[in-house]
Design a binder for this molecule. Structure first.
Ligand SMILES: Nc1ncnc2c1ncn2[C@@H]1O[C@H](COP(=O)(O)OP(=O)(O)OP(=O)(O)O)[C@@H](O)[C@H]1O
Length: 258
């Protein structure tokens, strides 16, 4: 299977603001020496408690932030923050908060067409926007409306349509369901599952919800205090976790009575 995204020895430390004139500078090791591989057709779930470094790791892999050490490669080519049109066509992202990630002054048409225009992708953008809206379960007639006119779930559908616009191979989701009502989560989860199948997407999903990862991912990486404490096929890691932290995470997942 072709290797798509690869992170090697990634570390990122943040210097926190001093809390007083005399307090020593504090450094937060958000990600420490993490390596991972994403292979075509597989999907990787990054799980861990809040603050374990999941989003920082995702930002490094998306080349939205620069590691202090380590490298990111896509199909063997090194990726560094900067103008990366070739990489942005291949790897797209859906963030947690669809309201925060959609420009309130832009119409749905302009939001979904943004990557097509920024990446100068040829073709009829209006037709492509309509096709993408249909793919995410929205009627193309909504193209002239604004984000505030939609529910949270519909806004996340718009964000997903935008991410799919350039025809990416990899879709990164940073907690794409956690800002949504519980009733809507299952719908967006099913949509991501269907789209991954229909478009042959490789997913990289950051989630604190192991149920989501169990449903969508073939592989899992468990983060604790910035380190990857366990990684491997989801079926074996989630059925027979080796690390006590993974066991604790799994034990914290509420189970519905059969
Ligand atoms: N820009 C930043 N400046 C300072 N500290 C940061 C910054 N970004 C992240 N951190 C710190 O790095 C650590 C890891 O944060 P990160 O957001 O990656 O964790 P997370 O697992 O995604 O958590 P959550 O699920 O709550 O989003 C946290 O302690 C966080 O406070």
């Amino acid at each position: 299977m072709t290797q798509l995204l690869k992170g090697t020895g990634l570390s990122r430390t943040f210097r926190l603001p001093r809390t007083s004139l005399f307090a020593p500078a504090v450094h937060r090791h958000a990600v420490q020496d993490v390596s991972l591989e994403l292979r075509e057709g597989n999907s990787l779930g990054i799980v861990g408690e809040s603050g374990s470094g999941k989003s920082t790791l995702a930002r490094l892999l998306l080349a939205l932030d620069r590691p202090d050490s380590g490298t990111v490669h896509y199909r063997g080519r090194e990726v560094k923050p900067g103008r990366l049109p070739w990489f942005r066509r291949e790897v797209q992202v859906v963030l947690q908060d669809p309201m925060g990630s959609l420009d309130p002054r832009a119409t749905v048409r302009d939001i979904v067409a943004e990557p097509l225009e920024c990446l100068r992708i040829p073709g009829d953008h209006d037709d492509r926007v309509d096709e993408l809206l249909r793919a995410v379960g929205l009627d193309p007639s909504v193209r002239g409306r604004y984000p505030h006119e939609f529910s949270g779930g519909q806004r996340q559908r718009i964000a997903i349509a935008r991410a799919l616009a350039p025809g990416p191979k990899v879709l990164v989701g940073d907690e794409p369901l956690s800002a949504l009502d519980v009733s809507v989560r299952a719908q967006i989860l099913a949509l991501l599952d269907d789209l991954a199948e229909a478009y042959g997407l490789t997913l990289l999903l950051v989630s604190h919800d192991i149920g989501v990862v169990r449903r969508l991912c073939t592989d899992v990486l468990v983060m604790k205090d910035g380190r990857a404490v366990e990684q491997g096929p989801a079926a074996s890691v989630l059925a027979d976790p080796r690390h006590p932290y993974t066991r604790r995470l799994l034990a914290a997942v509420p189970r519905l009575p059969a």
